[in-house]
Design a protein around this ligand. Structure first.
Ligand code: ARG
Length: 590
């Protein structure tokens, strides 16, 4: 915000140091913690240390303070800087509050939906997320990964990266064989109509249940697996046809969630190349082939690395019967991604925290085998979601809560709330408001939580118009919109925000939050934490509520009114930007 001033100040400091033979070290600037006024700070410890290395006989701290005071004397008249302090080796510069405010608001109104975005990094980042299993239901367990992954894509892109959104549906494995078995035995010839994914899930659950009831079915299942493994054309054709049903069901769910993908990988494609990689690991002595003794193929990672502690442990990379495992496929998948996108700077896997060891092992084995790509791979783990009544969501047990149901319930509850709040909405408005609020209610509680902490979902909190929840933030956006509409002017046409000499504390707080948004975007991206954005969105909405109560806008005196209108327009933009990074719509009415 004050780059020009910073440069001018640096030039003066450099000139001063040169004249006085001070070996100035590179200056690092940090924003001062906000204390009712804004500023930036730097220090002279490195410079003092450099002098001391050159033989100067004075304590580093004392000398740093000496330099700071001398420099301060050079900076009494920098425009935009209200005052300068030299304390304990630090140089603190305080901005002119009005000037800072004007710049923040102008910058938001100027950059609009790009406010907060970072400069292009030129880095290509792949984010793999969602990864549901075909031939099964898409349950709320997948919801968190999908919502989290989508938000990460949005945030990392906004922060300046190029993003590849990847999906990796589990389209092969025992669950698919079970489904095919159940279909052939009890549902042969049937086709799904509406609610495809629900039906796919039901066929699966029924098959799993029957097999549990009657263990003699196991033999049929094994026989079917063998037919698949030999690529029996009839089974392959059935698998392809039914897999397409699942994929169509997922497509509908992603459309409802407003989530998209650039590329799909499939477990089934990685089976063969994965097996070949394992054979290569065996040939090179990295993997141990215990198959002759009836065992599996394993990599004793700690032993290979000559570690004498338990760190990476032993990974099984191929079954004793030579069939591929989940890990077999991930070995191949990792390389596949880099073949498709050779310039990937990072390859990120958004997956359940229970798979942490799995990914650590896969990446380590690849590294041992000399694939340097593995160093660019990382696992972003997340925890489960529990539902009201403490239902832990698991795909295997009967506690599956379907995403479709959840989405439907969210929308209908949102509709009730919206009707209560504003009976004047038209039917169209009500439709789009309930969709926006329903989706927000589903996404926000997941994103506002530390990735690796459990989310306990409940409707009351999710749809709270007065607490830390999406509707509260969306409502702040709506209020901004109605103020602007009531004023009947386009803030972009108002003279540049000239703020009054004494800003109200509520204004100052609000502006402070807006000014932090760009740095918070960077932090959120660097730490893979949408929580950072979820929090600041709420903080801005809350600060806006304080402002709304304390500061009249339309009724204020003309010059104050114009400045505040521009502030309201800026708040509206930043709220919409923050919500959009979370995959949540900001409605204009509700
Ligand atoms: N489909 C898997 C599951 O439901 C997740 C796949 C994660 N990605 C990967 N590359 N292994 O557990």
């Amino acid at each position: 915000m004050f780059e020009t001033e910073q440069n001018a100040i640096e030039t003066r400091i450099q000139a001063f140091c040169k004249e006085n033979d001070i070996p100035l070290a590179a200056l690092e600037w940090k924003p001062l913690p906000f204390s009712g006024e804004w500023g930036m700070s730097t220090s002279f410890f490195s410079t003092a240390a450099a002098e001391s290395r050159l033989g100067k006989k004075i304590g580093v701290a004392t000398r740093a303070q000496e330099i700071a005071s001398q420099v301060k004397a050079q900076l009494s008249d920098v425009p935009g800087i209200r005052r300068v302090e030299a304390v304990m080796g630090y140089l603190n510069l305080y901005y002119d509050t009005q000037e800072f405010t004007r710049r923040v608001v102008d910058s938001v109104l100027d950059k609009k939906d790009r406010f907060g975005s970072g400069p292009a990094t030129g880095q290509l980042v792949m984010i793999e997320f969602s990864q549901p299993n075909t031939h099964k239901a898409f349950h709320v367990g997948h919801l968190r990964g999908t919502i989290l992954g989508d938000a990460l894509c949005r945030i990392l892109e906004f922060a300046g990266n190029d993003i590849v959104r990847a999906n990796y549906p589990g389209d092969m494995g025992m669950h698919v064989i079970k489904w095919l078995w159940g279909y052939l035995k009890f549902h042969n010839g049937e086709e799904p109509a509406t609610d495809i994914t629900r039906w796919m899930g039901e066929v699966y659950a029924e098959a799993a249940h029957r097999i549990e009831q009657d263990p003699t079915f196991e033999a049929e299942l094994r026989a079917l697996y063998a037919r698949w493994d030999q690529r029996d054309p009839e089974i392959v054709a059935l698998w392809e046809r039914t897999r397409a049903w699942s994929m169509e069901g997922f497509r509908q769910i992603y459309a409802a969630l407003d989530v998209r993908f650039d590329v799909y990988y499939f477990n089934s494609q990685e089976e063969k190349p994965g097996k070949e990689m394992v054979e290569d690991l065996v040939r090179r002595g990295i993997a141990t082939d215990d198959r002759p003794n009836g065992g599996a193929v394993i990599v004793k990672i700690d032993e290979v690395l000559a570690l004498n502690k338990d760190q990476y442990r032993t990974a099984v990379v191929l079954r004793s019967d030579g069939t591929a495992l989940y890990a077999t496929e991930d070995l191949a998948l990792t390389l596949h991604k880099f073949r498709d996108y050779p310039h990937l700077a990072k390859s990120v896997y958004v997956v359940d925290v229970r798979q942490s060891l799995h990914f650590t092992q896969v990446f380590k084995i690849l590294e041992i085998a000399g694939y340097t790509q593995a160093q660019k791979c990382s696992h972003v783990p997340y925890e489960l979601v529990t539902l009201p009544g403490n239902v832990v969501v698991s795909s295997r047990e009967g506690t599956v809560v379907l995403l479709e149901d959840l989405l439907r319930e969210a929308t209908s509850r949102a509709r009730e709330e919206a009707k209560k709040k504003n009976p004047n909405l038209t039917a169209d408005q009500l439709d789009s408001v309930s969709k926006a609020v329903g989706l927000g209610a589903l996404k926000y509680p997941i994103l506002a939580r530390e990735n690796t902490k459990m989310v306990t979902f409940d409707w009351q909190t999710a749809l709270d118009f007065n607490g830390q929840a999406a509707p509260y933030i969306q409502y702040a956006h709506v209020r901004c919109n109605s103020i602007l509409k009531k004023a009947g002017v386009d803030p972009a046409n108002l003279p540049h925000s000239q703020f009054a000499n004494s800003l109200e504390p509520a204004e100052v707080e609000l502006i402070d939050w807006l000014s932090r948004f760009p740095a918070e975007v960077q932090r959120s991206a660097a730490e893979y934490k949408p929580l950072v954005i979820a929090s600041i969105a709420y903080d801005i909405a809350r600060a806006f509520a304080g402002f709304y109560d304390a500061c009249p806008v339309v009724q204020a005196a003309p010059d104050v009114r114009d400045a505040r209108l521009r502030l309201v327009a800026a708040v509206k933009i930043v709220l919409a930007n923050a919500l959009s990074l979370l995959g949540i719509t900001a409605p204009d009415v509700m």
